[in-house]
Design a protein around this ligand. Structure first.
Ligand code: MN
Ligand code: MN
Length: 415
């Protein structure tokens, strides 16, 4: 049996037939260091007598039996809303994955929320900026910008919103069945459970100060709630035009919308195997701290090998089945599996691909704490580097390199 080091030496000497035979037998990571199932020779080596949860284990075939190319160890890059405890109230629920739950995620806190038809996420504000993607149904958002201009809009499946830090807002589920969505705060230490709530402030201000502040008798505030509402059941609002008219007393409106219809926007990249839609501050002007890419991959397709030079990637898996390998110096490479409702995380500049390993479309959204979406495509780099230089690195003929995609297709294969 050839080791990989032997194989490369033979290949460099030109004995390609022998080398290819050796490659077929030992391709992967069989020698330095000896890690992976490809090295397992001892009887019973790959048995896993347990105890174990079969249901849970089946969700992670890549962790149970990593590809032979995995090596070393890396911080856990998988988390999920599926096992995050729900905080349920009348009118909806929310659950979250913060950095306290998911150590690697220091740039983003993720929140998954459901509001019933009429369910209200109380008027509030917070320290972090809030970005969100609607994954089911519809809701109405309200926000007041930093110079006092009000904004009201309805968002539907595939739409985004963005509220800059400190700008007060609300959410309310619409008919027929409310909504579900995912929020990202641009801070891994943020929490949906400790936002600044309008009811809390009223309840903790002396009534005589409330009276002076609003220019009405203190008795006006006799029935305010003494505990905050956070999420509560309300009545469905009227039509959007009426709400807009009701808030536009000065006629001033923000110059740029706080929502963006990402799902129906034109793809930034499109190939036979899928597409990518991008929203950042170049087209979603208000989103100065969060950029996002919505990626759809057909069965068998792969989001091409790439990295992001300007930010970590926080991923939310919307549908389908994926596996992703993240590569770092060392070398280290770790492969994990992702299903709907799961979260992935890739540190800035670490190489990765995302492969559709199911038989239905895979869709996920990558969220980046950055004003602009940026990526470096491996094939784009290597096809815009002198071919002879690339050929000498990889022992691959220049004629083959000339066939590689040179347009950063996003999702492969593209023919
Ligand atoms: Mn909020
Ligand atoms: Mn990526």
């Amino acid at each position: 049996m050839f080791s990989r080091r032997d194989m490369l030496a033979v290949s460099a000497a030109g004995a390609m037939v022998t080398a290819n035979a050796a490659r077929a037998a030992s391709f992967g990571n069989p020698d330095e260091p000896p890690q992976g199932a490809v090295n397992a020779k001892a009887p019973g080596n790959l048995k896993d007598p347990g105890p174990q949860s079969e249901a849970l284990g089946k969700q992670f075939p890549s962790a149970q039996f990593p590809p032979a190319t995995d090596v070393g160890g890396m911080p856990m890059d998988w988390a999920s809303f599926n096992n995050a405890p729900k905080r349920v109230q009348n009118g909806g629920w929310a659950r979250q994955v913060t950095q306290a739950d998911f150590a690697i995620s220091d740039t983003i806190t993720g929140v998954n929320m459901r509001l019933t038809a009429g369910g209200i996420r109380e008027l509030h504000w917070h320290q972090a900026a809030e970005w969100a993607i609607m994954t089911y149904g519809s809701c109405r958002v309200t926000v007041l910008d930093a110079v006092g201009r009000p904004y009201v809009a309805d968002v539907n499946e595939g739409d985004l919103w963005y509220f800059p830090a400190g700008q007060p807002h609300s959410l309310q589920g619409l008919g027929p069945d409310g909504c579900e969505f995912v929020i990202c705060f641009d801070d891994g230490d943020a929490s949906e459970f400790n936002t600044l709530l309008v009811t809390d402030w009223f309840a903790h201000t002396p009534p005589e100060v409330l009276a002076k502040n609003f220019g009405v008798p203190a008795q006006t505030f006799a029935r305010i709630p003494l505990q905050n509402l956070w999420i509560f059941q309300g009545t469905l609002p009227g039509d959007l035009a009426s709400d807009r008219a009701a808030v536009s007393k000065t006629g001033r409106v923000p110059p740029h919308p706080f929502i963006f219809r990402l799902g129906t926007s034109a793809p930034a990249k499109q190939s036979k195997s899928g597409d990518m839609r991008v929203a950042d501050s170049s087209n979603f002007i208000v989103a100065t701290s969060i950029a996002a890419a919505l990626v759809t991959i057909r069965p068998g397709g792969v989001r091409e090998m790439h990295w992001h030079p300007n930010a970590d990637e926080w991923q939310y898996y919307i549908k389908g089945k994926a596996r992703m390998t993240v590569f770092n110096t060392g070398p280290n490479a770790m492969t994990m599996d992702f299903n709907a409702g799961d979260i992935g995380y890739v540190k800035k500049n670490l190489g990765h691909y995302v492969e559709n390993v199911g038989d239905t479309d895979l869709q996920f959204v990558g969220v980046f704490r950055a004003p602009r979406y940026e990526e470096i495509s491996l094939s784009d780099w290597l096809t815009h580097t002198p071919p002879a230089l690339v050929a000498q690195h990889l022992n691959i003929d220049e004629a083959i390199i000339a066939k590689w995609p040179d347009n950063g297709p996003g999702v492969m294969p593209n023919s």
